[in-house]
Design a protein around this ligand. Structure first.
Ligand SMILES: [Mn+2]
Length: 263
């Protein structure tokens, strides 16, 4: 099954990476891509806020790439997959996949701004004996040279909060989020646990007091950025299989529409 309205070809390409590495919460994330695609058929193809119909957008869906093994190895393999795609759209799987995507995009563009939506800092040096687990994603992409701006973070160790002081953080939807990024390459990573569990209960590590989908989407519609790719990760349909996948699909639909509107 492909994402609704996907074409044979297109510069924007969806790839599912149903990778589930080192667990810190509930298992089931490897079913994320399938459930997000299935949920995409519940949505209209027209995005009124952008006046874009997904049926007119040049994007394709190459299906899933199954990767197994340690997170360090996965990072290399994800980079290789992404290298063949002009504008990658990744359906996770756990947050580890972001490291490989960002690695390739930085090589390509020389620089990358990453807008990091997550309940958790992901700034641990290592977790579960891996330096590339989903709890270390932000730390690794900072090492790679990404310029990271955090949104919705509300959880982490004392050390992570200390380290987080060195970064731009928009913890709440109440404060105006930046929307203008000019022409610089921007990558967006959306960990579904950034949303309040009332709106996205189907995640591996739910964290109360999150942002609302409306705040995210209203920001997205205002966003003026050269989006060169994005991912939506940590959807766990074994925990909840309807509300969360359809929100993930809505984010994918609207972000693809946003990218298509600019090109
Ligand atoms: Mn995360």
């Amino acid at each position: 099954m492909e994402f609704a309205e996907a074409k044979e070809h297109g510069d924007i390409t969806i790839v599912g990476i149903p990778y589930e590495g080192i667990l810190s919460g509930l298992p089931g994330m490897r079913e994320g891509p399938h459930f997000i695609r299935k949920a995409s058929y519940l949505l209209e193809s027209y995005v009124p806020a952008l006046d874009i119909d997904l049926s007119d957008a040049a994007f394709s869906d190459m299906g899933n790439v199954e990767l197994f093994g340690a997170p360090e190895k996965i990072t290399e393999e994800v980079s290789e997959v992404v290298a063949g795609i002009k504008y990658p759209v990744i359906l996770g799987g756990d947050h580890t996949v972001t490291i490989g995507v960002v690695k390739d995009l930085i090589q390509r563009y020389g620089r990358l701004k990453v807008l990091y939506f997550d309940a958790h800092w992901d700034l641990r040096e290592s977790y579960g004996e891996s330096t590339h687990s989903h709890a270390c994603t932000a730390a690794r992409i900072v090492d790679l040279g990404a310029e990271v701006i955090f949104f919705g973070i509300r959880s982490g160790s004392k050390e992570e909060w200390e380290r987080g002081k060195g970064f731009e953080l928009y913890p709440d939807e109440g404060m105006p989020w930046p929307t203008r990024f000019g022409d610089e390459p921007v990558y967006i990573t959306v960990d579904m646990d950034v949303f309040d569990p009332a709106f996205a209960p189907g995640v591996g590590t739910p964290e109360p007091a999150g942002i609302t989908p409306k705040a995210f989407l209203n920001w997205l519609y205002e966003l003026d950025a050269n989006i060169v790719g994005f991912d939506v990760v940590e959807t766990n349909p074994m925990v909840e299989d309807t509300i969360t996948p359809v929100l993930a699909a809505r984010i994918v639909r609207d972000l693809i529409a946003k990218m298509a509107a600019r090109r």
